[in-house]
Design a protein around this ligand. Structure first.
Ligand SMILES: [Mn+2]
Length: 292
């Protein structure tokens, strides 16, 4: 897929030049930063139709330590990335990510009513995973839910998501990291906690597109390129699954190319390295269409 590198360079600072801070997420409306305090003013008038998520995924494993779930009926999705730094020494880096997602999914499936807050789900999943494992592995985690017109989220680390409206980037959850290439991560043996999660909500509309993923996506695909492929897929009336596959394939190709990537750009700017090209990693992409 051809990508206009000029556009990529112009947009490069959008998500990856901005260090994680107390501000967990940033959005753009006509080029201005979206202030969560403006939420009520900018929220659309209440619509009469209920919204739901039409979601599907693409997973292209490298060392197979990502995990995810989609529960379209409850309107909840999740993504987790087992941290590779824990690999070796008999530690299965996938154990914690899979445990978190399996326990979150089971809690959603068992809930008598929808509407569990992502933070609550993440806390429940974390406690269950810690109780059932002796692993020293760690993982990022993101849980997103749709409740009425509110897209709610809780995440720890750099498994994040943008939201597109009319094919344009509207909202971008920023990665939480201690320093370059060291995301916040949950584990049974200390480190970051669920209470460190970025937690908030945003009013979505019919037609909005949410793309949740692990850093295998976001380290390899600039937001501008993501915006371009979302627009192309929408113009072709592709399904969420087809869009997820197209995005995953782009990330896969970028990971293996020598072209500038968000990872190489940030590595050079923040670390002074001469790293070029993409970054090999597991690539998880969940695409959720907000539909009525
Ligand atoms: Mn990863």
């Amino acid at each position: 897929m051809e990508i206009d590198m000029q556009i990529l360079h112009a947009f490069r600072g959008l998500a990856f030049g901005i260090p994680a801070s107390a501000t967990d997420y940033v959005g753009w409306e006509n080029g201005h930063r979206w202030d969560p305090m403006d939420c009520d003013e900018k929220a659309p008038p209440p619509a009469r139709t209920a919204l739901r998520m039409d979601c599907d995924f693409s997973y292209l494993p490298d060392h197979d330590e990502d995990a995810h779930f989609c529960h379209a009926g409850a309107g909840v999705v999740g993504v987790a990335d087992g941290v590779g730094g824990c690999r070796g020494d008999g530690v299965d880096a996938a154990e914690f990510s899979r445990g978190l997602m399996a326990n979150a999914y089971n809690a959603v499936a068992a809930a008598s009513s929808s509407g569990i807050y992502p933070y609550t789900l993440l806390e429940m999943a974390y406690q269950k995973t810690v109780a059932s494992t002796r692993t020293r592995a760690a993982s990022t985690a993101l849980v997103l839910s749709l409740a009425g017109h509110a897209l709610r989220w809780a995440y720890v680390g750099d498994s994040t998501f943008p939201v597109f409206r009319g094919g344009r980037l509207l909202l971008r959850a920023l990665p939480q990291q201690h320093y370059f290439n060291c995301p916040f991560q949950l584990s049974a043996v200390g480190g970051d906690r669920v209470k460190d999660a970025a937690v908030s909500e945003f009013p979505v509309e019919e037609g909005d597109v949410v793309v949740a993923g692990t850093d295998g996506l976001f380290d390899n695909v600039f937001d501008a390129a993501l915006e371009g492929i979302v627009q192309t897929c929408m113009a072709m009336s592709l399904t969420p699954g087809e869009m997820a596959q197209a995005i995953g394939r782009l990330a896969y190709d970028m990971a293996r190319s020598s072209r500038e990537s968000p990872f190489s750009a940030t590595s050079r700017e923040q670390q002074g390295t001469n790293f070029t090209g993409g970054k090999m990693d597991d690539i998880t992409v969940i695409v959720a269409f907000i539909v009525s």
